[in-house]
Design a protein around this ligand. Structure first.
Ligand SMILES: Cc1cc2nc3c(=O)[nH]c(=O)nc-3n(C[C@H](O)[C@H](O)[C@H](O)COP(=O)(O)O)c2cc1C
Length: 402
């Protein structure tokens, strides 16, 4: 193929090479209302921005001529499962809004890459649908609902569906101020204006899937009846979340759940220690992707202190702002055993369903392997704080006097 033609083909941008490529395409693939849900955050989105900026404050070290061959074994053990790469797909609620195949497509995309998805309590596919439609044992995320019977029943269903790892999300005592979502009409019920209907209609692929399959209800709660009966669609789950949750509730969940239990939404070392004291197997350092407390610190800034406090007593997972393989590496160097991603796989899902989720994991896998080879690191387990240095504040030494 002549070089110029090849260049033009590449220039059409059909092949996504980075997560950011997929983000740009995802924005065009879904209506603005859905984009506000996927990509938005709380209030002024300071914490959303802080999550990304925090990665720029660290540089990777580069050792040369190490004699190591390029390496593609990125395996890690988390919660008793072996993952082919240190990237887990975080729980995201209402994923059927992004693409009608929702959480099922995400779980299958994760399987293709040899990793796991965490099914949200607010998922649009049920535990049983996921169990029937997937091969691997995925993980479950539980919100601390008001009702112990409801939590007990959900944990029982998750275990029956073959799930052995539970995330308990503790940073939603109340829903964050998602103003962008409200501005675009994402409420219960959605506020539909002629312009918003038109905005959806000009995306026929999304519109058809949405209208035909209507994956908008919180499927696991709909199946529960009782207290959960009140919850049918977007946003209503807020009324069931307990604001007065305490560490005793984590102890109670620990008694009920036999598999690995991670407390998600930890930003303070003391809280990480309390989670372990309450019986958790690990914590997820997370500010919910900046969707809850706006002004909270960047997850990456919280990570080293928490890793020090945990000191090997449990596993440390991390999420918030990971968009590149080098971000994964920095988090692993600063004490994470693996990272979770949220928005990146939603971008892939919006663009081409299950295949798009697989694209994101393929891109990240290649970036992680390449970055490790360039750094001169041989094993994921070798990544520690000696492989990063704080980025120097300007002025760069030696340039001040010029
Ligand atoms: C659209 C969306 C929905 C989410 N829903 C949930 C949820 O139901 N439960 C939960 O624990 N976290 C939820 N999260 C937070 C993610 O699990 C994760 O903490 C966050 O997305 C990580 O940041 P990142 O998007 O920058 O990767 C959601 C995130 C997004 C983007």
């Amino acid at each position: 193929m002549p070089g110029a033609f090849r260049y033009r083909l590449a220039g059409t941008g059909r092949e996504a090479r980075t997560v950011e490529d997929l983000r740009r395409r995802a924005r065009r693939a879904v209506p603005r209302m859905v984009w506000a849900y996927i990509d938005g955050g709380a209030e002024d989105m300071r914490t959303v921005a802080a999550n990304r900026l925090a990665f720029d404050r660290w540089c990777l070290r580069q050792r040369v001529l190490t004699g190591h061959p390029a390496r593609d074994d990125l395996r890690v053990e988390i919660g008793g499962d072996t993952l082919e790469l240190p990237v887990i797909l975080a729980p995201t609620g209402l994923t059927g809004l992004t693409h009608w195949r929702g959480e099922l497509a995400v779980a299958r995309g994760a399987e293709r890459a040899g990793t796991r998805m965490v099914l949200s309590s607010a998922a649009t596919y049920s535990l049983e649908e996921l169990g029937a439609g997937t091969e691997a044992d995925h993980w479950f995320q539980l919100y601390p609902w008001r009702d112990h019977d409801l939590m007990g029943s959900l944990m029982g269903r998750a275990a029956a569906a073959g799930m052995r790892t539970l995330f308990v999300t503790v940073d939603v005592p109340v829903q964050g101020g998602r103003e962008l979502e409200l501005r675009h009409g994402l409420a219960t019920p959605p506020v539909l204006t002629p312009l918003r209907v038109l905005d959806a209609a000009v995306r026929p692929r999304w519109w058809y899937g949405f209208l035909r399959h209507q994956r908008v209800s919180l499927r696991n709660l709909v199946d529960e009846g009782g207290a959960a009966n009140a919850v049918r669609s977007v946003g209503r789950q807020a009324g069931l979340i307990r604001a007065d949750l305490s560490w005793h509730d984590i102890e109670w969940m620990r008694e009920q759940w036999r598999g690995a239990l991670f407390v998600k939404g930890i930003l303070e070392p003391d809280d990480a220690v309390r989670a372990l004291d309450a019986g958790a197997d690990g914590v997820v350092v997370s500010n919910h992707g900046g969707r809850q407390l706006d002004g909270a610190m960047a997850s990456l800034d919280a990570l080293p202190g928490i890793a020090d406090a945990v000191a090997g007593r449990g596993q440390v997972l991390f999420d918030g702002g990971v968009r590149r393989g080098s971000d994964v590496i920095k988090a692993l160097c600063l004490g994470a055993d693996a990272v979770c991603i949220g928005r990146p796989f939603l971008y892939g899902l919006a663009v081409r369903g299950e295949a798009g989720v697989a694209d994101v994991l393929r891109i990240l896998r290649a970036e992680i392997a390449r970055t490790m080879t360039l750094m001169g690191v041989h094993h994921v387990a070798d990544l520690d704080r000696s492989w990063v240095v704080p980025a120097r504040q300007s002025p760069i030494p030696g340039t001040e006097a010029r």
